[in-house]
Design a protein around this ligand. Structure first.
Ligand code: NAI
Length: 331
C-alpha cells in the first residue's frame, strides 16, 4: 500500500522504515505538516500517516478522499486533530496507536519534578561556570510528600507507582477509578481536595471540554502555597495566564511543562532558535527560574518510537488485508 507520511522527521523515517521492512508498503516521507496547502502530496496514496500537529480537517479529508486515500493512520494516541464525522462521511477510516509506552511519559513527568525541585538545570549551569556555591539550590525531599494525580489511566497509574517508590502519599481524581491505583494505596478524592492537599500535582488526563483549563485561577486559589505542578498531558489543561499569576505571587512554587496551549504556533517539534518568539505568554514563562519546559518530548524514547512504528505498520497491514485497521477510532 502507498502511504504518505506527513510531519516526518529523520527518526520517523528510521523507525517506520525498520518496522515496514519485508512488507509491501511503500512509504513516502514528507516533512510538511498536513493541511489544505499540501494535501495534494497525498494524491494516489491509499493511506496517510499523520502526527499530532497535522490538521486533518473536513476539507483536507474531502481532498484526500478525492485523491484516493482510504485510511488515516495516526502515529499517536490522540485523535482530536481529525474531523471524525467528515472522515466517516467520505469513507476514510481512522486508526491510531492507543498505547506505546506509558513509562516514557510517566518517567518524563518524574524527570521534570526532580529537575525542578532539586534545581538541576541551575546547578548544571553553575558548575560549568565554576560556581560551586549552594545558595539558591535548596530543594525538598519527595519522601513523605502528597502527590495528587489527575487522570489515572495508563500513564497516571505508572506515574503513581514510581511516586509510591519515592515514599509519597497518593491522592487521585478520575471519573473512572481503577483498582490498580487503590492497590498502590491511592485515595480517590474530589478535585478540590486534591488541589488543596497535594504538594505535587501531576496532570495525566486527556484534553476534553471537562479538563480544559482545569488548572485555573479558582483551583490555584486553594493550592498549598509553593505547590509543584507538572503537565505532560495537553497544554489546554492549564490556563497559562492564571499559572503565571500564581507563579508571580508564589502560590505556584514549581511548574514543569512538556506541553503548552499554543505549542503548535510556538513551533514545537521545529528548530526555532533563529526566530523571535512572538508568543508573549510563552516568553514570560521562560523568564521564571522555577519553570521548566520541554517541547512535547515525553513520548520520545526508543521503546516508544519502536512501538509506535510497529503498531502503525500493523494497522496498515490489517487494513490492506481485511479492510479494517487493528486500532480503528470509533469502530
Ligand atoms: P488513558 O486513556 O489511559 O487515561 C486517561 C485517564 O484520564 C482515564 O482514566 C480517564 O478516565 C481519565 N479522565 C478522563 N476525563 C477526566 C477528567 N475530566 N478528569 C480526570 N481524569 C479524566 O490515557 P493515557 O495513555 O494515560 O494518556 C494520558 C494523556 O497523556 C493523553 O490524553 C495525552 O494527552 C497525554 N500524552 C502525552 C504525551 C507526551 O508526549 N507528552 C504522549 C502520550 C500521551
Amino acid at each position: 500500500m502507498r502511504v504518505a507520511v506527513f510531519s516526518s522527521k529523520p527518526y520517523d523515517e528510521q523507525y517506520l522504515g525498520v518496522a515496514a521492512a519485508g512488507s509491501a508498503h511503500k512509504l513516502d516521507f514528507f516533512e510538511a505538516s498536513l493541511n489544505c496547502d499540501v494535501v495534494k502530496l497525498a494524491a494516489d496514496h491509499e493511506a496517510v500517516c499523520a502526527f499530532v500537529h497535522d490538521d486533518v480537517n473536513g476539507q483536507v479529508l474531502r481532498d484526500l478522499a478525492e485523491g484516493g486515500t482510504r485510511l488515516i493512520a495516526l502515529r499517536a494516541a490522540g485523535f482530536n486533530n481529525v474531523d471524525l464525522d467528515v472522515a466517516k462521511e467520505v469513507g476514510i477510516k481512522v486508526c491510531r496507536v492507543p498505547a506505546y509506552s506509558p513509562y516514557a511519559v510517566a518517567e518524563h513527568a518524574v524527570a521534570l519534578i526532580l529537575s525542578l525541585v532539586r534545581r538541576t538545570p541551575r546547578a548544571y549551569n553553575r558548575v560549568r561556570d565554576g560556581n560551586f556555591a549552594l545558595d539558591g539550590l535548596l530543594g525538598y525531599d519527595l519522601n513523605g510528600k502528597t502527590v495528587g494525580i489527575v487522570g489515572t489511566g495508563r500513564i497516571g497509574t505508572v506515574f503513581a507507582g514510581i511516586m509510591k517508590g519515592f515514599g509519597c502519599e497518593l491522592l487521585a481524581f478520575d471519573p473512572f477509578p481503577n483498582d490498580e491505583m487503590t492497590k498502590l494505596g491511592a485515595k480517590y478524592v474530589d478535585l478540590r481536595e486534591l488541589f488543596s492537599n497535594s504538594d505535587i500535582i501531576a496532570l495525566h488526563a486527556p484534553l476534553t471540554s471537562d479538563t480544559h483549563h482545569l488548572v485555573n485561577a479558582a483551583t490555584l486559589s486553594v493550592v498549598k502555597p509553593g505547590v509543584t505542578i507538572v503537565n505532560t498531558s495537553r497544554g489546554g489543561l492549564i490556563d497559562t495566564e492564571a499559572a503565571i499569576d500564581a507563579l508571580k505571587d508564589g502560590r505556584l512554587g514549581y511548574l514543569g511543562l512538556d506541553v503548552y496551549e499554543e505549542e503548535h504556533a510556538v513551533g514545537f517539534f521545529e528548530d526555532q532558535s533563529a526566530s523571535i518568539i512572538q508568543d508573549d505568554t510563552f516568553a514570560r514563562l521562560l523568564t521564571f527560574p522555577n519553570v521548566l519546559i520541554t517541547a512535547h518530548q515525553a513520548f520520545f524514547t526508543a521503546e516508544a518510537l519502536q512501538n509506535i512504528a510497529e503498531t502503525t505498520i500493523a494497522n496498515l497491514t490489517a487494513f490492506e488485508e481485511t479492510g479494517s485497521p487493528v486500532h480503528e477510532v470509533g469502530a
